[in-house]
Design a protein around this ligand. Structure first.
Ligand SMILES: *Cc1c(COP(=O)(O)O)cnc(C)c1O
Length: 384
């Protein structure tokens, strides 16, 4: 089956749910067993059976299996947020004395977790140039236990050669974790490209409507049990109502993302030729340095990209952003609506300084008509 057909089939089984098209919301804490023997012999390594509410219900399992299937993983587990998925996955694989290789372009709160909790627990962290490719071999130490990727990078949008990085990591027996929130299970088959453990902020395109906080970890068979057990150790679980909403959103990820990519390309191409713009950071554009890798590995692009303006002042950037009518100002992305922020990645980086030559805007393009978005951007840029 092709991906779009699969999206209509996965995560539901009407024969098992009284004929309902969708898997209903199953709410429970306790699961009762027919007798004491069955209760006492339940399989503690089977996370796809009904045992207790914290391990999920058929609603949770429906979402998890749908996401895992779409990405080509062995199994998936839902967590209360994207950040919880990241911290649980890292905590599952790292202990005192270990070493982590983290991309310098990682999501800010991931970096914060490394600098606070991981360092406090005696885990060494080195940040590497996101464009390092197979040169990552020179950074691997005897105690390196995780190589972490994120492509494209948060805020700065560098593509990473994940297959090249994974080949080196695997030759040392090291697993590759990747934050695949931008790629999504729909546009980047991360496991087929060398990722062992793929992490999503399901808050973004998977749920897709700016109304759910959720994370998802998709793994290959080898890392499933250690990851799933760690999530259980931490006591993370997700409400079945949220799982229902996320799966409802996930059904339409194909149409949403294809349309949002088309809209984003339209706006990005217009911006890249605007005289007040230095450069657009979007791997889907032929002008982007990461375009060849994106084209080789990805089947599409998220509608999130960066824009480097000519060297205007912070006050001018603030005026521009405040002049926009159709772009919400706020965190997150992946919903149906357009958003904008004006971050400062140059203050975060350590491995490879970030000096793009002007201030950056981060745009998330929604399902609006792109001509309306362009008109809005044009009037806001005219304030400069
Ligand atoms: C938003 C985001 C996260 C965190 O997701 P939350 O659900 O907001 O915790 C992780 N990674 C990336 C790349 C993100 O953009």
């Amino acid at each position: 089956m092709k991906k779009d057909t699969l999206l209509t089939q996965i995560g539901r089984n009407p024969a098992k749910t009284e004929g309902t098209v969708n898997t209903p919301v199953y709410r429970t804490s306790t699961v009762v067993f027919p007798n004491l023997e069955e209760f006492e012999t339940r399989d503690h390594n089977d996370y796809k059976i009904m045992r207790y509410g914290i391990y999920g219900t058929p609603t949770t399992f429906a979402l998890e299996s749908a996401v895992a299937t779409m990405e080509g993983g062995y199994a998936a587990v839902a967590l209360p947020s994207g950040l919880a998925a990241i911290t649980a996955a890292l905590s599952a694989l790292l202990k005192h004395g270990d070493h982590l290789l983290m991309t310098d372009s990682t999501y800010g709160p991931t970096r914060n977790f490394c600098e606070t909790q991981l360092r406090a627990n005696g885990i060494a962290v080195d940040y590497y140039d996101p464009c390092i490719g197979s040169q990552i071999a020179s950074l691997i130490r005897p105690n390196t236990k995780v190589v972490y990727c994120e492509a494209p990078g948060s805020l700065t949008f560098e593509m990473q050669d994940i297959p090249a990085i994974a080949a080196v990591a695997h030759s040392h027996g090291i697993p590759v974790l990747a934050d695949n929130t931008w790629g999504t299970p729909y546009f980047f088959q991360s496991l087929a490209h060398g990722v062992d453990i793929s992490i999503h902020a399901a808050t973004k395109y998977i749920a897709g409507h700016s109304d759910v906080m959720m994370g998802m970890i998709v793994t290959n068979e080898r890392y499933w049990l250690p990851i799933r057990k760690a999530v259980a150790d931490f006591g993370f679980c997700v409400s079945p109502d949220d799982c229902y909403l996320a799966l409802r959103g996930f059904r339409t990820i194909g149409v949403r993302m294809k349309q949002q990519m088309a809209n984003a390309l339209c706006v990005a191409q217009w911006l890249e030729h605007h005289p007040k713009v230095l450069r657009v950071l979007y791997p889907a554009l032929a002008s982007d340095p990461g375009h060849a890798i994106w084209q080789r590995d990805f089947e599409g692009a998220a509608s999130l990209f960066g824009v480097i303006l000519q060297p205007y002042s912070r006050a001018q950037v603030t005026t521009l952003v405040n002049a926009l009518a159709l772009f919400g100002i706020g965190s997150s992305w992946g919903g149906y609506e357009s958003l904008i922020t004006a971050p400062n990645p140059e203050t975060i980086r350590t491995a490879k300084p970030w000096q793009p030559g002007g201030p950056i805007l981060r745009l998330h393009i929604g399902l609006e008509d792109p001509s309306d978005l362009i008109a809005d951007l044009e009037q806001a840029l005219s304030t400069l």
